[in-house]
Write a protein that binds this ligand. Structure first.
Ligand SMILES: [Zn+2]
Length: 268
């Protein structure tokens, strides 16, 4: 057939695992060079497997992979970063898994996206360094931008008018903030406080680490979280549903964005 090499190397973050058969697992990986892909690890659930521990979800690993007829096969895996602090903290783990799930849902198979990969590493590094939950908002909004859903925060999304220093409507279907005059034709949305508008805009002017260093009180954190959640939900509904995604639609209600309060995390 072709002279395609039999094996290839890449690095990637493990997004999720599905167990098959007695001891095998299929892992979904997001790689800077390969994009998102599935591959199987034979015997990885056996105690003596040398890949065990290097292929857990939320692990960044160096991978050696063999082309398979239907599924590629992991032949070697070596941890680059295990994000130990994330694993040891229930909240951080919930946030990180949520980020991995968003990457999974927004990316198409085998479409590399270096910026999105860097973004994923940034948020994992931040959570591993015990960043507060609102760091995830920077991740969400950056991901939306990379995926072509960048919301309009600077002017009215419908008429382009400058926005007054007052509460404005945020409408996901309109594509961002909507001025007072356009509210009636903006569709559903939520009114956002001036404080939250400033926080949302700051995501554009800051790195993830800078944004994570912001001090947000609980009420403001929740307001920003709900606003971004609506943008995410709207964008996910717009994503073309491949056959694979259709299988997962039943799981959609589970995809609640993480909040800062532990009680709420537990009630998810
Ligand atoms: Zn307007």
């Amino acid at each position: 057939m072709s002279d395609r090499p039999r094996v290839y190397t890449t690095e990637g973050v493990i997004l999720r695992r599905r167990n098959i058969g007695e001891a095998d697992s299929i892992f979904t990986v997001f790689s800077p060079t390969e994009g998102k892909f599935d591959a199987v690890a034979r015997g990885v659930r056996k105690a003596r497997s040398h890949m065990r521990g290097h292929l857990e979800p939320l692990t960044r690993s160096k991978l050696l992979i063999a082309h398979g007829r239907t599924l590629d096969v992991f032949t070697q895996a070596e941890t680059i970063s295990g994000y130990r602090a994330i694993r040891e903290d229930l909240d951080a783990c919930t946030f990180a898994l949520y980020c991995a799930e968003l990457i999974d849902r927004f990316s198409a198979d085998r479409e590399p996206h270096q910026d999105v990969y860097s973004l994923l590493l940034d948020v994992l590094d931040a959570l591993d360094a015990k960043a507060p939950p609102h760091a995830v908002r920077h991740f969400e909004l950056s991901l939306l931008s990379f995926m072509g859903y960048e919301p309009q925060f600077d002017a009215c999304a419908l008429c382009g008018a400058r926005l007054a220093e007052e509460d404005v409507l945020l409408s996901a279907s309109a594509g961002g903030f909507v001025c007072h005059d356009c509210r009636s034709r903006a569709g559903a949305g939520r009114v956002i406080s001036v404080r939250a508008i400033k926080v949302l805009r700051y995501t554009r002017a800051s790195s993830l680490a800078q944004f994570a260093a912001l001090k947000l009180d609980e009420q403001l954190g929740r307001e920003v979280q709900s606003a971004v959640a609506e943008l995410i939900r709207y964008a996910l509904d717009r994503e073309p549903l491949s056959g694979k995604y259709l299988d997962q639609v039943a799981r959609l209600p589970r995809l609640a964005p993480p909040v800062s309060d532990r009680d709420d995390v537990q009630s998810l």
